[in-house]
Design a protein around this ligand. Sequence first.
Ligand code: PCA
Length: 327
Amino acid sequence: MIPARRPLLLSALALAVAGLAAPARAQVKWDLPAAYPATNFHSVNLQAFADDVDKATGGKLKITVHANASLFKAPEIKRAVQGGQAQIGEVLISNFANEWAPFGADALPFLADSYDESVKLWKVQKPLFEKKLGEQGLMPLYAVPWPPQGVFSKKALASGADMKGIKFRAYNPATSRLAELLGAQPVTVQAAEVSQAFATGVTDSMISSGSTGADAKLHEHVKHWYDTQAWLPKNLVLVNKAAFAALDKPTQDAVLKAAAAAEERGLAASKKANGESLDKLRAGGMQILPPPAALSADLKKAGEVMLKEWLDKAGADGKALVDAYRR
Ligand code: PCA
């Protein structure tokens, strides 16, 4: 049925009023899927970022953080943001090295293996990433490194040879390849399921941070952590470009400002989490050990193979990146 005629002037007036009122009142809601527990320093930092944006925009942009892979699993988050199922998300960028090799640069053993080097690597990665992600309808907002990666193992390790045949949990293509080169059996398990994987014997070892070990209460299942400081993989917060473009300018500025603050705060939080989580694991009965020389040497050898393979795959982009990083 056709609705009763309304005086034309009145509906025009109603439209004009709605149009004027909309920008002031409209609230935009964004979902932010993330893959790590709500108490992890990355997630705490995401929440602080969302709170900063809320405050700076007077509640106009509300970002809801969905921690612990509750909305999407870690490897699905990038595609979800690309496809607009989520407007913003946090990814472990090296998870996507098979898509484009430079995404994996921060998971190459011993290329950038300290906080300072990790920051330096990000500086040269960022412009390249902006271009590549831009082509995919995405925009990087900020990056935060995980603490240095060390080897968790149920059995004591003296060298790479001790890892032959043992089950080794992987979290990205680089950790799978490292396992293969060491003769271990890679099994991919996302962080949210690490505790269960060790408890049920799905895996006996992995390389990761003390932070993820403490999140998973790994001291209950594993007695050794070797402080190999092999690399510091980064979490990257990505936004859907169209969703960002739809914001008004002051809101966009608030997001960028909060992102810059989150990058700085996240770096400090990572350093703090590194010490605290190792203390927690130690208190729980795990031995926090310097790596035996032979284990370090074997990891370095594997790292050299991986860098060569990566340079082959990454082509001109990879060479430019490594050259700029080493300059
Ligand atoms: N924790 C994440 C990635 C690197 C890290 O330290 C994980 O183990 O999945």
